[in-house]
Design a protein around this ligand. Structure first.
Ligand code: CMC
Length: 385
């Protein structure tokens, strides 16, 4: 036994371990509540805009008219990407997953950022800059791979969410589409110390830069049991194919010990409040738009019933990723872009936490409980080979 195993406590996946103090968001996993800076996210979705919520998350208070105006101007200004950068970006392959493209392109963008733009004294501007840039990168990737014209001259009249949809699809969004994208971005903007935020904060705790922190976070978000789940949910709905098959699918998954995507959460042991809101929009949208998404919604409803009947007693309910994909499908967004939309929103939470953590920074340096051999003799072991 190593001397450490007796003194160290080990919590797999850091369950139940707090790694910092924070005043950015609060998750009540028992009552199914999420607060951003003290405000119920349901209230913010109802009354606020993404820009206003981003301001709130970064600065800790709701913006005045002037402060909001200044933020909007910065978001507009910071969308412009350096010409040299765009030239290199053109050489990136397009037959890759959009999250891989996004991760690599944010990392590359770090090479072009100067200390004036993203130094120790300009970290808030750097957070705003990255928030402005991420939708551009997703758009550039998607329009190029579709062989479509790239319109990077964004409209000053449109908000952040509307501009994103406009650039991505090449036509101005309808008012309902704009509203729904705006609300979806609010819902995905922040969620306490989730895996990708933790990754960002761990990177930042070494006093590394914001581009490195966000690159780490994007790579972490991509995983199918984190942000990548929204794409996997729609793949699963396609595989099930028929609402009548949903129950059998759940039985098979449970028998084979497989996870049902879009269900379960480390903190929420009840219905995820974000899933409840997204379900309502999904239902409204599929009834208007019909098509494949309507079929997916019908399957999802049956799946939800079967999973909650079987696993509700374990606290397993739909999470944020279960209905979001159906909402995006109704907006005409291909499923491999779903996780990039998550990143476009969550960059606010990542950067807010990085800034907050750095204020009282201490490098993350946990331990591992050593389980390997000790005191091996090199010559003896080598002679056995
Ligand atoms: N389907 C079936 N069983 C499940 C599921 C699921 N989706 N999620 C958890 N369980 C079971 C699990 O088998 C375990 O059972 P037992 O105690 O009998 O071994 C129990 O619930 C606890 O699971 P866990 O793996 O210890 O839970 P965790 O907190 O480590 O994992 C999770 C949380 C989200 C990774 C997991 O629920 C999961 O893999 N869900 C499916 C993927 C998914 O939808 N991810 C999106 C998460 S929400 C948004 C985000 O973070 O991006």
């Amino acid at each position: 036994m190593s001397e450490l195993s007796g003194t160290l406590q080990y919590f797999k996946g850091l369950e139940g371990v707090a790694v910092t103090e924070s005043s950015i968001s609060y998750v009540d996993g028992v009552r199914g509540k999420l607060l951003y800076r003290g405000f119920d996210v349901e209230d913010l979705v109802e009354h606020s805009t993404f820009e206003e919520v981003a301001y709130l998350l970064w600065y800790g208070h709701l913006p005045s008219e002037g402060e909001l105006c200044e933020l909007r101007e910065k978001l507009m200004k910071f969308r412009k990407l350096p010409e040299e950068y765009l030239k290199i970006l053109k050489t990136f392959p397009l037959d890759v997953h959009p999250m891989d493209f996004l991760r690599a392109s944010v990392s590359l963008l770090g090479l072009f950022s100067t200390p004036d733009e993203c130094g120790e004294n300009t970290r808030m501007d750097c957070a705003i800059r990255l928030t402005a840039q991420l939708p551009m990168l997703v758009t550039i990737f998607h329009r190029r791979r579709m062989g479509k014209e790239l319109n990077l001259d964004v409209s000053e009249k449109l908000g952040h969410a509307a501009n994103f949809l406009y650039m991505l699809r090449g036509k101005p969004p309808e008012s309902m589409e704009e509203t729904i994208m705006d609300k979806a971005l609010i819902l995905h903007a922040e969620q306490e110390m989730n895996a990708s935020t933790f990754a960002a904060v761990v990177t930042a705790s070494t006093l590394s830069d914001m581009y490195s922190a966000v690159t780490s976070a994007i790579g972490t978000l991509k995983g199918p049991i984190h942000g990548g789940a929204n794409e996997k949910v729609v793949e699963m709905l396609e595989e099930i194919g028929d609402p009548e098959e949903a129950e059998g699918y759940v039985e098979r998954c449970l028998a084979e010990g497989r996870r049902i995507m879009g269900f379960g959460h480390r903190i929420y042991k009840t219905y995820d409040p974000r899933a409840r809101i997204l379900k309502k929009w999904a239902e409204t949208l599929v009834n208007i738009r019909g098509g494949r998404a309507k079929r997916h919604f019908e399957i999802a409803m049956k799946l939800e019933k079967a999973v909650t009947e079987r696993l509700g007693n374990k606290g397993i309910y739909p999470n944020v990723d279960f209905y979001s994909g159906i909402v995006y499908e109704c907006l005409g967004i291909p499923k491999d872009l779903f996780t990039t939309i998550f990143a476009v929103a969550r960059v606010v939470g990542w950067t807010a936490h990085v800034i907050e953590y750095n204020e009282t920074n201490r490098i993350f340096r946990p331990r591992a409980i050593y389980k390997g051999p000790m005191n091996l003799n090199y010559k003896i072991e080598k002679s056995k080979r």
